[in-house]
Design a protein around this ligand. Structure first.
Ligand code: ATP
Ligand code: MG
Length: 394
């Protein structure tokens, strides 16, 4: 085996005291994701190395592209850390490529290697010029950048570089709960939260028979897409029907959405406590709809003290849609099935709700009891990227 995937941690390396914690977590995450493959994974403080079988490389790359905590990675050739082997390998690799300009960049972490980096650049540069015709050195904008990393026993030589997903390994932060509707914004919010290392659970509010099983299936499919970035996601389905109906029966129509969202936040707070989670994540984006003006957010948010994180709060819809396409949730999100928010939309929802009015309206029914009932009848399913259940419903 003379090639490995060489992973650079990037942002992780700024975490001095916690560095080993992050590296070990990343290592375990990668190991879990690649357990089906014939690989051997090793690590040191600045790099991780994965051996692979050539025929599995594409699949492995696809998986690695979606693991948070990887800054860049390379497919590197390995050789012994001695001058002759390095020279031979560099020529062997470059002879298979077509290019007209190049630059050699040597990094010597093995200080007992007798030639310093500058001299090694010159030696290898001269060797390439002599053995490969019609090429020249371009230090500013080379077509091929030949990187040579001389480590203790082995030397790694690589030309290509792939961008990883960045972020922190999932699991480096404790749990938070994502309010996941069938729309475009909340899956993107979940993805961005996981990128910060957050362990995610998802919560979906449904109002059967006003919402359909297809709508639920859509949320399961979205959860499955998100689970690609972690190992599994618990999806909690809240039966919201009685609360919805009570709101629309008892409260002023223009305040229905405000109150509905206050109820969702109250339920979220209880679920957080039940599941040892520290924050609510949702897909609210400032100004997007009546319930997402700053005044609405403040009236809705005042039901709870737990942190509410809104990863897409300041993004344009087009920016959110770009991410949704990138993470492959967009096509699922635009399927037509309505969720409980869209079923009951009032004609003119209040844009600048008043706190006193919201409180007065919601006190027209005994919501505490209904909230308890909803929390106690939770339906939880565990979703992984592998399972195919519900797939045939589409
Ligand atoms: P999305 O595109 O994610 O549906 P949206 O722009 O349609 O968002 P709203 O329907 O006002 O916005 O909801 C704002 C946020 O509240 C959603 O992004 C989601 O996090 C949460 N939310 C709304 N409806 C539900 C639901 N039925 N179940 C769980 N979370 C919900
Ligand atoms: Mg929605």
């Amino acid at each position: 085996m003379d090639r490995v995937i060489l992973i650079k941690y990037g942002e992780l390396t700024t975490k001095k005291g916690n560095r080993n914690f992050f590296i070990n977590l990343l290592y375990n995450n990668i190991k879990k994701k690649l357990q089906k493959y014939d690989v051997n994974i090793s690590k040191d403080r600045s790099r991780m190395y994965i051996t692979f079988k050539n025929e599995e490389l594409n699949d492995i790359k696809n998986i690695i592209d979606k693991i948070f905590g990887i800054h860049t990675y390379h497919i590197a050739y390995i050789t012994e850390s001695n001058e002759e082997s390095i020279k031979n390998k560099v020529l062997e690799v470059l002879k298979t490529k077509t290019f007209s300009t190049f630059k050699v960049e040597t990094k010597r972490s093995n200080k007992s290697f007798p030639i310093n980096s500058m001299d090694m650049n010159n030696i290898l540069g001269g060797l390439i010029l002599k053995n490969i015709s019609n090429v020249k050195v371009d230090v500013h904008n080379p077509e091929v950048l030949v990187k040579v990393e001389i480590r203790d026993e082995k030397t790694f030589i690589y030309l290509n570089s792939y961008a990883g997903s960045g972020g922190y390994p999932v699991g480096s932060q404790p749990k938070a709960m994502l309010m996941l509707s069938g729309g475009i914004d909340s899956p993107v919010a979940g993805y961005l939260a996981m990128k910060r290392g957050i362990t995610l659970e998802a919560v979906y509010f449904e109002a059967i028979p006003h919402t359909s099983l297809e709508a639920r299936d859509k949320v399961i499919k979205l959860t499955r897409k998100l689970s690609i970035y972690t190992d599994k996601i618990n999806l909690h389905i809240v039966n919201f029907t009685k609360i919805q109906e009570a709101i629309y029966k008892n409260c002023r129509e223009d305040y229905c959405i405000t109150i509905m969202r206050r109820m969702m936040y109250r339920i979220m707070e209880k679920l957080l406590k039940m599941h040892n989670a520290y924050a609510i994540i949702n897909g609210e984006s400032i100004g997007q709809v009546a319930s997402q003006t700053l005044t609405s957010m403040s009236v809705i948010n005042s039901t709870t003290n737990v942190p509410v994180i809104r990863p897409v709060a300041c993004l344009d819809k087009l920016e959110i849609m770009d991410i949704a396409r990138k993470i492959d949730t967009y096509d699922i999100s635009i399927l037509p099935f309505e969720d409980c928010c869209t079923v009951f939309v009032p004609k003119h929802p209040v844009i600048n709700p008043k706190m006193e009015t919201a409180i007065k309206e919601e006190n027209k029914f005994n919501y505490q009891e209904l909230i308890e009932e909803a929390v106690n009848s939770l339906n939880t399913i565990t979703v992984t990227s592998e399972d195919k259940a519900f797939e045939d419903l589409l």
